[in-house]
Design a protein around this ligand. Structure first.
Ligand SMILES: Nc1ncnc2c1ncn2[C@@H]1O[C@H](COP(=O)(O)OP(=O)(O)OP(=O)(O)O)[C@@H](O)[C@H]1O
Ligand SMILES: [Mg+2]
Length: 155
């Protein structure tokens, strides 16, 4: 059985994340979606809130968790064979290429890249938060549960 790990900040999950994770669920037998607990990165939603949004979106189809520390160590703990990352821009490419090469050098872990659907290529959690904070519409950019959570958090 091939297990894929989809790591991310998911602060909050967007339609871009949903697209990549849905495609991972279709491609791999077991999928673990995990929130990276990075205390040095300021977040709008707590780890628990992000886990509960991900449970609402993928519960029953993927295992949801969180971790801090080295990705390759966590991947070994959950029995992941590959890491799945989405690629949007040249910036993603450069950063993700470097990370994937480091992870392979650390533990032999393979990274599989999924090219974003063009509809979502401009979406990041940061930009969605910025637009929502400034009062712009994020309708169609995030799942409805996330839109609701954002409205509640920002009003
Ligand atoms: N719109 C998108 N299309 C495809 N992949 C995406 C998209 N948004 C995020 N991803 C992928 O999801 C994974 C986790 O990303 P992350 O949680 O850092 O999202 P982010 O939107 O970049 O957040 P932030 O704005 O906080 O950096 C990464 O592999 C990233 O490339
Ligand atoms: Mg990012």
């Amino acid at each position: 059985m091939t297990t894929a790990l989809c790591p991310g900040s998911f602060d909050p999950p967007t339609n871009g994340h949903v697209d990549v994770i849905e495609r991972a669920i279709a491609a791999f037998e077991r999928v673990v979606v995990s929130v990276v607990d990075n205390p040095s990165k300021e977040s709008l939603f707590s780890i628990e809130e992000r886990i509960s949004l991900l449970e609402e979106l993928f519960g029953g189809r993927a295992e949801i968790g969180s971790f801090s520390g080295l990705l390759v160590e966590y991947a070994a703990e959950v029995g992941a064979d590959v890491v799945v990352k989405g690629l949007r821009t040249v910036d993603d490419y450069e950063y993700e290429m470097q990370m994937s090469q480091m992870n392979r050098s650390l533990s032999g872990m393979e990274t599989v890249f999924m090219a974003t659907k063009s509809d979502w290529s401009f979406i990041s959690s940061s930009l969605v938060k910025e637009v929502a904070k400034l009062g712009g519409s994020i309708d169609g950019l995030v799942p409805s549960a996330v839109e609701k959570a954002l409205q509640e958090r920002l009003t």
